[in-house]
Write a protein that binds this ligand. Structure first.
Ligand code: PHE
Ligand code: NA
Length: 521
C-alpha cells in the first residue's frame, strides 16, 4: 500500500519519521542547557536511570498502544484507549492525548520559527558585529519583542509574527500531504541534513584551540557534563529535571508516537524499531547535542561562565552565546556565518520533523470519527493554532509560554504516560501487552522489561507526579511561584497567565465534547 497517503511507504521512511519525531529542539537546546544548569555529572546519572526505567519501556508501550489502535483504525488516544479498555470512561481519559500535543505544537512551532529567523540572520550576517554576550541577548530580546524602553531595536516589530506565520504554514502544508506523502518525505530530506550539520558543528567545536584569556578547552566542556558526580544525587530537583527531559526528548507522553505507530500492521516489527528510535534520539542528544553548545560555551567563556549562561534565560545559550561563538571562530576560520546557518538550520530541521508529528493524533481523530478530509482538518487546525500562537508571540514577556511549557510540555506528558501504562499494562493485562509488543517482532525484548513495565515504570511515574504536584504544580497553581521562575507572578502578568490557563481548560472541554459526539454517532 505504498501508494496510499495513510500508510508508511517504506521501513526506512518509518524509521526516519519516528527518529524525526523524537530528535528535536529538545536534543540541541533543552538538553545542553539542562545538563549544565543542573551541574552536569549528577544530572546525567539520573538521566540514564530515567532512560532505562521510564523512557525505553514507554517507547515500547507507545508503539504497542498505537499499533493496537491501528487494528481498529484509531490514530488517536481516545480511540486507542477504548480499544484496550472496554469501559465508557476509556475514551474520555484519552482527552489528554489531544490537549497535550495541541498545546505543545503551538508554542513549539513558535520557537521553531526563531530558528528559521536566526538561520537567515546568520546567512545575511544581520547580527555580525554584536560580539558580546550581553549584546547578543539584547539582539535576541529585540527579535522577541522584549526590548526594554530605550533599548536598541534591530528589526521591524512584525518580524517575529511573519516568521511564525511562515513556519506554521510549512508545518500545515506537510501535514496536509499525509503520512507517506508529507511527513515521510520531509523526514527523508530533513534527517540527513540535520545529522550532517550536527556532525560538522561537533567536529569544528571539539577541535577548537584554547582561547587566550580563557584557557578552557572543549574537552573540559565534555568533562563537565559527563564526568560522573555523585554529590548532588540527593537533590530531588535533579531527578525531576532528568525525568522531564527523558519524556520530552523521546516524545513519549504525547500521543504522536502512537499515532505514527497506528499506521503499522501486526506483521510489522515494533520491538526493534522502538529501541532503534530511542537509540537514534539518544545518540543525537548525548553525543551530538552534548558536543556542540556546551563545549563551545566552555571554550569561550570558561566552565563557570557556561554554567552561568545555562542558568540564565532558556534560550540564551542557543540564540545569544552561539552567535558570539561563531563570530569568534570566524577570526581564524572564516566560515563563521556558515556555521551559524548550519546551527540554526539544524535546529529548524530538528524542530519541524517533530512539530509535524504533534497534530497527527487530532488530524486522525477528525478524519476517522467525523469523516472530514485530511486537507480540511489540517488547514482548519492550522488556522486555530496560528491564532492562538499569535497570543504567545504577543505576550511572550508575560510568562504565557512558560506556563504552557509547564502544564502541557512537562506535567501533561507524565499524565498521559500514567494513563497509558495503567490502561495498556494493568487493565489490558501485562501478558497481553507483552504479546502485543512482540507481534511481528524482529528481536526478543529481555524479559526483565516486562517486570519493569508492570511495576517499576508505573511506580516511578506516580512518585514523579506526586513530587511534581507538591513541589511545582500546586505552588504554581496557587501562585506561590511562577512556571518560569521561583518568584510569584506579578500583578501585571496575572491576567495573561489566567488567559493562558483558560485556553488549556477550554481545549479540554471542547475535546470532551467532540469525543462524546463521536461516540454517539
Ligand atoms: N522529542 C522532541 C524534541 O526533543 C519534542 C517532542 C515532544 C516532539 C513530543 C513530539 C512529541 O524536541
Ligand atoms: Na529528542
Amino acid at each position: 500500500n505504498s501508494g496510499s497517503n495513510e500508510a508508511w511507504g517504506s521501513r526506512i521512511g518509518l524509521i526516519l519519521a519516528m527518529a524525526g519525531n523524537a530528535v528535536g529542539l529538545g536534543n540541541f537546546l533543552r538538553f545542553p542547557r539542562q545538563a549544565a544548569a543542573n551541574g552536569g555529572g549528577s544530572y546525567m546519572i539520573a538521566y540514564f536511570i530515567a532512560l532505562l526505567l521510564l523512557g525505553i519501556p514507554l517507547m515500547w508501550i507507545e508503539w504497542g498502544v498505537g499499533r493496537n489502535g491501528g487494528r481498529y483504525r484509531k490514530g488517536h488516544l481516545p480511540g486507542m484507549f477504548a480499544a484496550l479498555w472496554k469501559h465508557p470512561a476509556a475514551k474520555y481519559v484519552g482527552v489528554v492525548g489531544m490537549v497535550v500535543p495541541l498545546g505543545v505544537m503551538i508554542y513549539y512551532t513558535y520557537i521553531e520559527s526563531w530558528t528559521l529567523a536566526f538561520a537567515i540572520f546568520s546567512a545575511t550576517k544581520d547580527y555580525w558585529g554584536i560580539t558580546s554576550q550581553e549584546g547578543m541577548i539584547g539582539y535576541l530580546r529585540s527579535f522577541q519583542g522584549l526590548t526594554p524602553a530605550g533599548g536598541t531595536e534591530y528589526h521591524a516589530s512584525y518580524t517575529p509574527y511573519a516568521f511564525f506565520a511562515f513556519t506554521m504554514l510549512i508545518n500545515i502544508y506537510v501535514l496536509s500531504k499525509g503520512i507517506s506523502g508529507g511527513i515521510e518525505k520531509l523526514a527523508k530530506i530533513g534527517m540527513p541534513i540535520l545529522f550532517l550539520f550536527a556532525i560538522v558543528l561537533a567536529g569544528v567545536v571539539l577541535t577548537l584551540p584554547a582561547q587566550p584569556g580563557v584557557g578552557a578547552t572543549p574537552a573540559q566542556g565534555l568533562e563537565f557534563i559527563y564526568a560522573p558526580d555523585f554529590s548532588r544525587l540527593g537533590s530531588p530537583g535533579i531527578w525531576l529535571a532528568a525525568a522531564g527531559q527523558i519524556f520530552f526528548t523521546l516524545s513519549v507522553g504525547m500521543g504522536s508516537l502512537q499515532a505514527y505507530a497506528s499506521y503499522l500492521s501486526t506483521k510489522d516489527d515494533i520491538a526493534l524499531n522502538g529501541i532503534a528510535t530511542a537509540a537514534t534520539n539518544e545518540t543525537a542528544e548525548v553525543v551530538l547535542g552534548g558536543s556542540i553548545a556546551i563545549p563551545a560555551a566552555v571554550t569561550f567563556f570558561g566552565v563557570a561562565g557556561a554554567m552561568q549562561i545555562a542558568q540564565g534565560g532558556s534560550f540564551d545559550l542557543g540564540f545569544a552565546t552561539m552567535p558570539v561563538v561563531f563570530q569568534q571562530i570566524d577570526k581564524t576560520l572564516p566560515i563563521g556565518n556558515l556555521l551559524g546557518v548550519m546551527w540554526f538550520g539544524l535546529l529548524f530541521f530538528a524542530g519541524i520533523t517533530s512539530s509535524v508529528s504533534m497534530l497527527t493524533p487530532i488530524t486522525a481523530f477528525f478524519r476517522e470519527e467525523f469523516g472530514i478530509a485530511r486537507e480540511k482538518v489540517a488547514w482548519t487546525l492550522g488556522a486555530i493554532c496560528f491564532c492562538i500562537g499569535m497570543l504567545h508571540v504577543h505576550w511572550l514577556g508575560h510568562g504565557f509560554l512558560d506556563e504552557w511549557d509547564y502544564w502541557v510540555g512537562t506535567f501533561g506528558l507524565v499524565l498521559v504516560a500514567i494513563t497509558e501504562v495503567i490502561i495498556f499494562v494493568w487493565i489490558f493485562k501485562p501478558e497481553n501487552a507483552w504479546k502485543s509488543i512482540h507481534m511481528g517482532a524482529d528481536i526478543n525484548i529481555p524479559k526483565i522489561f516486562k517486570f519493569i513495565m508492570t511495576y517499576v515504570t508505573p511506580i516511578y511515574l506516580l512518585v514523579i507526579l506526586t513530587w511534581w504536584g507538591k513541589d511545582e504544580a500546586l505552588p504554581i497553581l496557587l501562585n506561590q511561584r511562577s512556571a518560569g521562575s521561583s518568584s510569584p507572578v506579578s500583578d501585571v502578568d496575572m491576567p495573561y497567565i489566567t488567559i493562558s490557563r483558560g485556553i488549556l481548560v477550554l481545549f479540554v472541554i471542547v475535546f470532551l465534547f467532540f469525543i462524546r459526539t463521536a461516540w454517539k454517532k
